[in-house]
Design a protein around this ligand. Structure first.
Ligand code: SF4
Length: 706
C-alpha cells in the first residue's frame, strides 16, 4: 500500500480559480505536483502556490488527536461531550444559543452535513462562514438584481471579451492562473483592452491599457456616472431593457446625481478627467465587455450597492449571458460557492432556497427535519458579537482562523472567553483559534479529504484523497455526522462515504424544482460510488436541459426573479465618507493578499519556496506620508489605532503604487509567524448593512517609526 504508485487527479485547495492538479509518486514520496492538462480552469497551468502543494504535506504541525482542555482524549469522549453540550444548551437556552462558523476550505459534503445539522436538526440558522468576508456583497447584489446567486459567465468570457474591466481585483497575485489566461488572451489579441480600477498600482496593472487609481469608496459614483453617460449617449440596449428588465427609470434617477461632468467626477474619484473619458468611451463602444470584480468591491460598507452599480451597467447594455460579456464576481476561496450551494451562510437555508414558508416546508420534508430554522441566523460580525455578549453559549469553528481574520480580531479573542464551550475542528494544531478552544477535533487535510468543490465559474470538481490521515484525523463530514448521531439522529446522518452526501445534496437541489431554482443537479442524482469517484469537472446546473452543464446563464433573457425579469437596483451616488474621526496623521488602511501566501499561512508557511517572494509582513507607504511621519524605507514601523497595533517593515513606494493618505498591509501573517503582525486587530467592525460583509479595506490607523 505504502509503495503504490499514485496517479490521482484532484483540485488545488487555495483560491477560487479551482485548478486541477495531477498527483504522482508514492504516498511516502509524493512527486512535485503538476497542473492537470484536461481541467478547464487551468489546462495544465499552476501558479507558484499550487506548484508547491507537495511541499505542504506531512504531519508537521498537524492536530493528531482529539483534546479536551489541552489533554488528549478519545474520539468517543470528545464527540459525546460536544453532542451532550449542544443538547443541553438547546434545552436551557434555545437553539439560537448554538452557532457554527465554517470555512470556504470545507468541501461541499462537509458543508452540507454541518448546514443540515444546524438548520434542520438544531433548529437555528446560526451557521455562518468566512465566505461572509469574501463574497457576501456580490451574492446579495445578484439576488437583488437577477434573483439568484449565480455567476452568469465562464472563464472563457475573460478571453473572448474585447474590454476587460478589473475592479478591486489584484488578479495577478490573488487569482494568478486566470490572470495568466487574461495575459495570453491579450497577447493573442492586442486590440483587447484592459482597464484596472484600483487605488493601488498592483502587478495586475502590468496588463492594463488604462489604470484608474480611484479614491477608495468612490466606485459607486464612478459606475453611476457611467450609467448616466451611456444614457445620455443613447448607448443603452433598449430592446433588452424593455423585454428582460424592470426598474430602469429608478436606477437612472438615482445615478443621475453622481456627477455633473467629468471635472466633477475627477474631483470625487481622484482620477484624471481624460482617463475617465477614455474609460467611458471604451465602455460605450465595446459590446463585448466583462466586468471582473473582487474584494475591493465586496469588502466595503456599501459593497452590495457597488456590485449592483456594476450589474446595472451590464443590464442597461444587455451585456449578460453572451460570449465575452457579463458581470463576473471572482471568489477568493476554493469552495465559497460550494458552501453557498448547500446553504452555508446564515441567511440561506439549503440548495439556493431561503426561509420562505414554501422553502422551509420543502426542506423540512426532504430532511425529515424535526426543527427547521424559522429565520435567518447571525452573520459573522454579529455572530461573534453575540458570542461576546454571552447569548451564544456553544460555538463550533470549523477549518478557519477567525482570531486572525475577523475584524477587530482581539475583540473576537476576548469573545471566546464568554462562551461555555468552544469547539474547533481543524487540521492544524497551533493557530490563534485552536489556542482559544476547549475541545479540539483533528480534521483531515487536503490530500486526505475526499469530496467536491465549486470554483468561481460554477464548475464542480473532485478533491480526491491520496494519503492516509495522520494520527486520528477524520474528515469533517464524519466528525459532524458523529455528533449528529450522538444527538439522536442516527438515521438522518448515517453516511459512510461522501458520495452518499453528494447524492442527497443533488436530490435536494432537484426536489420539487420545476425550473424556478437555478441550482439543479438532477443530472447527477443516483451516481454510483465509482461514478462519483470518476466525476469530471462540470458546471452547474446539470439536468435534463443541460446534461453537460451550462456555461452561461441568462442567454435566454429569463431571470430568477418573480417576474422573470432582471431588476435594476437604484443605488445612491454619494461621495465616500470616512466613518471615523480623522486627524491629519490618520491613514486609511487597505488590506489584501500577497502572491505566494494563502490566508493565515497555516499551509503555505510549510513550503520554504513560498517565502522567497515576500518573507515577512510589511506595509506600503506613499513617500510624502513616510516623510511626514518619519518613516524610513525598510525600517520597522508601528501601525496602530484604538483597537490594537502591529509592527511590520515599511516599504516606501516611490513607484506611485500607493496613494497618499493610505497604507496597504497584507493579511496573512499571524502571531505564530511574526509576533506583532495580526492586522485583523486594527480593522473596524463596519460592515455592509445588506450583506453583512465587513469593510476590511477601510480602517483608520496611525503610523510611526518603531
Ligand atoms: Fe491554486 Fe489558485 Fe494558483 Fe490555481 S491559481 S494553482 S487554484 S492558488
Amino acid at each position: 500500500m505504502r509503495d503504490q504508485e499514485l496517479k490521482v487527479q484532484t483540485t488545488c485547495p487555495y483560491c477560487g480559480v479551482g485548478c486541477g492538479v495531477d498527483i504522482s509518486g508514492t504516498p511516502d514520496d509524493v512527486a512535485p505536483v503538476a497542473g492537470m492538462k484536461t481541467h478547464p480552469a487551468n489546462f495544465g497551468r499552476l501558479c507558484v502556490k499550487g506548484s508547491a502543494l507537495h511541499n505542504t504535506l506531512g504531519p508537521d504541525d498537524r492536530l493528531l488527536h482529539p483534546t479536551l482542555n489541552g489533554c488528549q482524549t478519545s474520539w468517543d469522549v470528545a464527540l459525546n461531550l460536544v453532542a451532550d453540550k449542544i443538547r443541553q444548551v438547546i434545552s436551557t437556552h434555545g437553539p439560537d444559543a448554538v452557532a457554527f462558523y465554517g470555512s470556504g476550505q470545507l468541501l461541499t459534503e462537509d458543508y452540507y452535513v454541518a448546514n443540515k445539522l444546524m438548520k434542520g436538526f438544531i433548529g437555528s440558522a446560526n451557521m455562518d462562514t468566512n465566505s461572509r468576508l469574501c463574497m457576501a456583497s456580490a451574492v446579495a447584489s445578484y439576488k437583488r438584481s437577477i434573483g439568484s446567486d449565480t455567476v452568469p459567465g465562464c472563464y472563457e468570457d475573460l478571453e473572448q471579451t474585447d474590454l476587460l474591466v478589473l475592479t478591486g481585483s489584484n488578479a495577478a497575485w490573488a487569482h494568478p492562473i486566470l490572470f495568466q489566461r487574461m495575459t495570453a488572451a491579450k497577447k493573442a489579441r492586442p486590440e483587447m483592452k484592459v482597464v484596472v480600477i484600483d487605488p493601488r498600482k498592483t502587478a495586475t496593472c502590468d496588463l492594463a491599457d488604462l489604470h484608474l487609481p480611484i479614491k477608495p469608496g468612490s466606485d459607486t459614483t464612478l459606475f453611476n456616472a457611467l450609467l448616466t453617460y451611456l444614457h445620455q449617449q443613447d448607448a443603452l440596449d433598449n430592446e433588452f431593457i424593455a423585454n428582460c428588465s424592470e426598474n430602469i427609470e429608478a436606477a437612472l434617477e438615482a445615478a443621475s446625481g453622481a456627477a455633473r461632468d467629468f471635472a466633477e467626477l475627477a474631483a470625487i474619484t481622484d482620477v484624471p478627467e481624460q482617463d475617465l473619458e477614455t474609460f467611458f468611451t471604451w465602455f460605450k463602444d465595446t459590446p463585448k465587455t466583462v466586468s471582473f470584480y473582487s474584494q475591493g468591491v465586496n469588502q466595503s460598507v456599501d459593497g452590495t450597492d457597488k456590485a449592483n452599480s456594476i450589474v446595472n451597467l451590464h443590464l442597461a447594455t444587455g451585456r449578460i449571458g453572451k460570449p465575452g460579456a457579463c458581470p463576473f464576481s471572482i471568489t477568493g476561496q476554493p469552495n465559497a460557492m460550494g458552501g453557498r450551494e448547500v446553504g452555508g451562510l446564515a441567511n440561506q437555508l439549503a440548495a439556493h432556497m431561503d426561509f420562505s414558508p414554501a422553502d422551509r416546508d420543502r426542506v423540512r420534508r426532504f430532511w425529515n427535519s424535526p426543527a427547521v430554522a424559522e429565520k435567518p441566523g447571525l452573520k459573522a460580525v454579529d455572530l461573534f458579537s453575540e458570542v461576546k455578549s454571552g447569548k451564544i453559549k456553544f460555538l463550533w469553528v470549523m477549518s478557519t482562523n477567525p482570531l486572525v481574520s475577523m475584524p477587530d480580531a482581539d475583540d473576537v479573542k476576548e469573545a471566546m472567553k464568554h462562551c461555555e464551550l468552544v469547539v474547533v475542528s481543524d487540521c492544524m494544531a497551533n493557530t490563534d483559534t485552536t489556542a482559544a478552544a476547549h475541545v479540539l477535533l483533528p480534521a483531515a487535510s487536503w490530500g486526505e479529504k475526499n469530496g467536491t468543490v465549486t470554483n468561481s465559474e460554477r464548475r464542480i470538481s473532485r478533491q480526491r484523497g491520496f494519503l492516509p490521515s495522520p494520527g486520528e484525523a477524520r474528515p469533517d463530514w464524519w466528525i459532524i455526522s458523529q455528533v449528529a448521531q450522538r444527538m439522536g439522529y442516527e438515521e438522518e446522518f448515517s453516511y459512510d462515504h461522501p458520495s452518499q452526501i453528494f447524492d442527497e445534496h443533488a436530490r435536494l437541489s432537484s426536489f420539487e424544482n420545476n425550473g424556478s431554482r437555478d441550482f439543479d443537479l438532477s443530472g447527477l442524482v443516483g451516481m454510483s460510488q465509482d461514478q462519483y469517484d470518476a466525476l469530471a469537472p462540470i458546471q452547474w446546473p446539470v439536468n435534463e436541459e443541460y446534461p453537460e452543464g451550462r456555461a452561461r446563464f441568462y442567454d435566454d433573457g429569463r431571470f430568477y426573479t418573480a417576474s422573470q425579469k432582471a431588476k435594476f437596483i437604484p443605488v445612491s451616488a454619494e461621495a465616500p465618507v470616512r466613518k471615523e474621526s480623522i486627524s491629519s496623521d490618520t491613514l486609511n488602511m487597505n488590506t489584501g493578499r500577497v502572491r505566494d501566501h494563502w490566508h493565515t499561512m497555516t499551509r503555505t508557511a510549510k513550503a520554504a519556496v513560498l517565502a522567497r517572494h515576500i518573507a515577512e509582513p510589511y506595509a506600503d507607504f506613499h513617500p510624502e506620508d513616510a516623510m511626514r511621519l518619519g518613516i524610513r524605507d525598510n525600517k520597522l514601523v508601528r501601525i496602530f489605532n484604538d483597537r490594537g497595533q502591529i509592527v511590520v517593515r515599511a516599504q516606501v513606494r516611490t513607484d506611485q503604487a500607493q496613494r497618499k493618505g493610505e497604507v496597504f498591509v497584507p493579511m496573512h501573517w499571524t502571531s505564530r509567524y511574526a509576533s506583532q503582525a495580526r492586522m485583523g486587530a486594527l480593522i473596524n467592525k463596519d460592515n455592509d448593512p445588506i450583506s453583512g460583509q465587513p469593510a476590511l479595506k477601510m480602517s483608520d490607523v496611525q503610523a510611526e517609526a518603531y
